[in-house]
Design a protein around this ligand. Structure first.
Ligand SMILES: Cc1cc2nc3c(=O)[nH]c(=O)nc-3n(C[C@H](O)[C@H](O)[C@H](O)COP(=O)(O)OP(=O)(O)OC[C@H]3O[C@@H](n4cnc5c(N)ncnc54)[C@H](O)[C@@H]3O)c2cc1C
Length: 439
């Protein structure tokens, strides 16, 4: 049996890993010149850094198991990190319960309510009722209007823009559960990173896939999935048709619609309703520290970035030739003018805001700038997403779909890319086994 996998990110690579270990002949078609997708890295000062900031939570077991399986387990390091919030013209540290109790923009009882949000979402087992209401309604119900207006409302608007009031409570519950659950006994957030970078996972996995006979075709965008008589028969890349018995798609539903115009109408209509945000990360290489925070949320919607992630407050700067590395992240609709900006244009637009947040910051701290943008980076999980969520097996015979929009009730992340890549492969194999048993 020959399987085509469209997309060489962690979902596609993990699917190929499971299938090829079981002797299935696989070909990965990747549009870019390298594997990794959103988890890809670039060269920087003799080291390699992820294009988009990166860490793992302690619950990310699927990816940690894969890292172990590839013999890279000793590279995983877990560390406490510092989280803060910029609001009311100041940076407030919000890493521990004591920080929350000192958070002066809220009165004492609201601080307690804010703190409780880090704890009790972990104890919610039945998430189904959270599909019914929006994150906004839920947060106001749980922690009050003031906590929403000061902390969560501005962050939701900064990340989701005009979609902010549509996002379901399930999505937010998951975020709180993940972050709240990834804590040490002292209640500081524990985050994981691979010493020297996650590029090693991508590289080792690629090596393993090649060893297992997977054909990897880089710079080979699939232009068309050919469907005949309700059945997938192969793909077209670089103008050439290649027959396959099965096709696994790992790209966003909207991107699938572009390459598969012959999908059944009702199914295509459903896929078309799944919205994704784009993201652009400006990476600044600095000659000094910007702050003492790893993750700074920006709770001020006049500022055009939603988070400042100072990577070298999490990883030692010695790993990057002594330089300080900072990501400025902006989510947006694909037609947003920021999405098309060069690193220099982004920096010019961000500079006055950076100077508001960090009054001492000066442009001459900057040694280099990079910007990485991607169109499909975050599905918008609205209410009743269970009704919209695409299943792994599509209505087209032999066509499978596993992408960020498949992940639910969890949210996208490398761990779930690995888990859902493995899951689509396992489901496909079990259908095959059932069929051969029936024959
Ligand atoms: C700003 C940002 C920060 C993040 N931070 C973290 C983090 O800290 N921790 C974490 O765990 N996760 C993080 N994530 C999420 C994580 O990166 C993703 O969930 C994961 O990498 C998705 O993998 P994927 O394979 O599903 O999708 P992708 O990585 O998007 O892979 C899809 C691949 O398909 C290719 N493709 C598209 N169209 C075609 C075509 N027609 N033909 C062939 N190939 C095609 C693309 O080039 C791409 O390589 C972050 C994401 C973003 C955007």
């Amino acid at each position: 049996m020959k399987v085509a996998i469209i997309g060489g990110g962690l979902t596609g690579m993990s699917a190929a890993h499971v299938l090829s270990k079981r002797g299935v002949e696989c070909t990965i078609f990747e549009r870019d010149g390298a594997l990794g997708g959103l988890a890809a890295s670039f060269d920087i000062n003799g080291a390699r850094l992820e294009k988009f900031y990166r860490h793992l939570f302690t619950s990310d077991t699927a990816i940690v198991d894969l890292i172990e399986e590839l013999g890279l387990g000793d590279k995983m390091e877990w560390k406490a990190s510092v989280t803060s919030l910029y609001t009311h013209g100041r940076v407030y540290r919000l890493s521990t319960p004591v920080d929350v109790l000192r958070f002066s923009p809220l009165g004492f009882f609201d601080r307690i309510r804010l703190g409780m949000l880090a704890i009790w979402p972990r104890f919610i087992r039945d998430w189904k009722p959270l599909e019914e209401i929006t994150a906004r309604e839920w947060l106001i119900r749980m922690a009050g209007q003031r906590v929403y207006d000061v902390v969560w409302g501005p962050l939701m608007r900064a990340k989701f823009g005009s979609y902010a009031d549509q996002v379901a409570a399930v999505w937010f519950w998951n975020k709180l559960k993940l972050r709240g659950g990834s804590r040490s006994k002292e209640q500081s957030e524990q985050l994981g990173y691979m010493r020297d970078g996650f590029w090693q996972l991508i590289e080792k996995l690629e090596e393993r896939l090649r060893g297992q006979g997977v054909e990897i075709r880089l710079s080979s965008p699939v232009e068309r999935i050919r469907i005949e008589g309700g059945q997938t028969v192969g793909v077209v890349t670089q103008g050439k048709f290649i027959p396959f018995d099965r096709v696994v798609v790992t790209v966003a539903p909207e991107a699938l619609l572009e390459i598969a115009p012959d999908l059944p109408e009702e199914y295509a209509e459903r896929l078309g309703k799944i919205e994704y945000l784009a993201n652009i990360c400006l990476v600044m290489v600095l000659n000094r520290n910007l702050s003492s925070t790893y993750w700074l949320n920006i709770g001020d919607t006049d500022i055009p970035f939603v988070a400042v992630i100072e990577h070298t407050n999490f990883r030692p700067k010695s790993e990057y030739g002594g330089h300080h590395l900072v990501y400025l992240s902006r989510y947006m609709a694909a037609d947003d003018p920021y999405y098309a900006m060069t690193p220099q244009e982004l920096f010019r637009a961000y500079l006055p805001h950076l100077q508001n947040v960090f009054p001492e910051f000066s442009a001459d701290w900057v040694e280099a700038l990079y910007a990485w943008g991607e169109r499909y980076t975050q599905p918008v999980i609205a209410r009743h997403y269970s009704d919209l969520r695409p299943s792994l097996r599509t209505p087209v015979v032999n066509l499978w779909l596993s992408c960020m929009a498949s992940i639910y009730p969890e949210d996208r992340g490398m761990n779930y890319a690995v888990a859902y890549g493995q899951r689509v492969a396992e489901e496909m194999l079990s259908v095959l086994e059932d069929r051969s048993r029936d024959d």
